[in-house]
Design a protein around this ligand. Structure first.
Ligand code: SF4
Length: 372
């Protein structure tokens, strides 16, 4: 059995670690690229979500590297994620790719079902082995999140943002290869030190922009045209709402125990959207509210074109912007997104935020001048 799974940002690092530690042969698809996109678009229904198409591309490319089994997350709620796996399975079968499919549905308290799926992957696996594998994978998730947060903070503050990106990329390679908890922690500390030691540029504090939206688009740089890196280079600190660890904690760990995660976000969203609409729709609204309360300069909302939960969020964000006096912009992305158009919109948004900050400062100075 040669197991593969779709890419989503850095998810392949902990997932490959987990599967290898369960003594499975793993085939990581090539990083999502233009060819994965072309394959996915050619073989998917036109109206399918953008992540669906990129997944199909990943699977075909993984098949070319020898994969015969797909591990795929299932989904619940009023959006299309719930039938991704079934439809993809049919498409791939029609194309002649005979994959075995293992669909991991959200556990929702049914740990036994999850355990059965793990045993389907490797019947000889012991509980001790699973716990060890999970611990190692989780440590990698924590390290990846810490390094990414530091990168987002420092990229707009250093003289050469590309140096920060290079340090980050080296750390990804090292974390991918690391095979012990002590080593993972050492790589994390070393990377954070390296980032901290990069020469800083002076000047005013960078603008802070909250990045909210559908998880795949937020986490996968190919899908979002490396939006975080672009903003960092424009001198903007990206405050991403979703990180792998937070998502796993609330969607898998707390869900497995039937506990609720992300309550503060849901509370913040409540006056605008008080129910689950699928995907991260409710979270996008909640994070936008929290970002405004935290004094961020703007909210950037990104999602795949036709993503139902995020269309709901998009229709609500103008009300959040109005109530909290914070600008927001939505970018719907798909295979037709043109890089130049996205850059132009980002630049215009950043200009607007910079002008507003300048005007606020002027107002504050005027208020400090004693009246005549
Ligand atoms: S969250 Fe959006 S992009 Fe993801 S499956 Fe649902 S509708 Fe599609």
């Amino acid at each position: 059995m040669k197991v593969t799974f779709p890419h989503m940002g850095n998810l392949h690092i902990p997932v490959a670690t987990l599967l290898r530690d369960l003594s499975l042969e793993v085939v990581v698809p090539p990083p999502t690229n233009q060819r994965s996109l072309s394959l996915g678009v050619r073989h998917s229904p036109e109206s399918a979500c953008f992540p669906f198409k990129l997944n199909i591309g990943n699977f075909i490319e993984a098949h070319e590297k020898g994969a015969d089994t797909i591990l795929m997350a299932g989904g619940v709620g009023p959006c299309r994620l719930g039938y991704y796996a079934q439809v993809q399975k049919e498409i791939l079968r029609d194309l002649g790719y005979d994959f075995e499919y293992i669909i991991l549905e959200p556990p929702r308290g049914h740990i036994g079902e999850l355990w059965e799926k793990i045993r389907r992957l490797n019947g000889g696996v012991t509980v001790k082995q699973v716990i060890g594998a999970l611990r190692l994978a989780w440590e990698k998730v924590l390290a990846l999140d810490a390094v990414e947060k530091a990168l987002h903070h420092l990229r707009p503050r250093v003289v050469f943002p590309d140096q920060a990106t290079a340090v980050y990329r080296r750390s990804l390679e090292a974390l991918d290869k690391a095979s012990g908890i002590a080593r993972i922690r050492a790589i994390k500390v070393h990377t954070l030190d390296e980032l901290e030691s990069l020469p800083r540029r002076g000047g005013p504090k960078p603008l802070r922009v909250a990045l909210v939206g559908e998880i795949y688009t937020v986490l996968e740089p190919f899908a979002n045209l490396s939006i975080e890196e672009r903003l960092g280079k424009m001198g903007v600190e990206v405050c991403r709402a979703l990180f792998l660890g937070d998502w796993i904690r609330s969607n898998l760990l707390l869900d497995a125990l039937r506990l609720k995660g992300g309550m503060d976000v849901k509370e913040a969203a409540k006056p605008y959207l008080n129910r689950f609409v699928g995907g991260e729709g409710q979270e996008s609204v909640g994070y936008a509210v929290l970002s405004a309360r935290r004094g961020y300069d703007g909210v950037l909302h990104i999602a795949p074109f036709t993503c139902m939960p995020e269309i709901v969020a998009e229709s609500i964000l103008p009300a959040v912007s109005r109530d909290y006096n914070i600008p927001s912009m939505t970018l719907m992305l798909d295979e037709h997104s043109a890089e130049t158009g996205i850059i132009t919109r980002l630049e215009a948004f950043v200009d607007l935020l910079a002008r507003r900050r300048g005007q606020r400062k002027e107002m504050e100075q005027l208020e400090r001048i004693p009246g005549d």
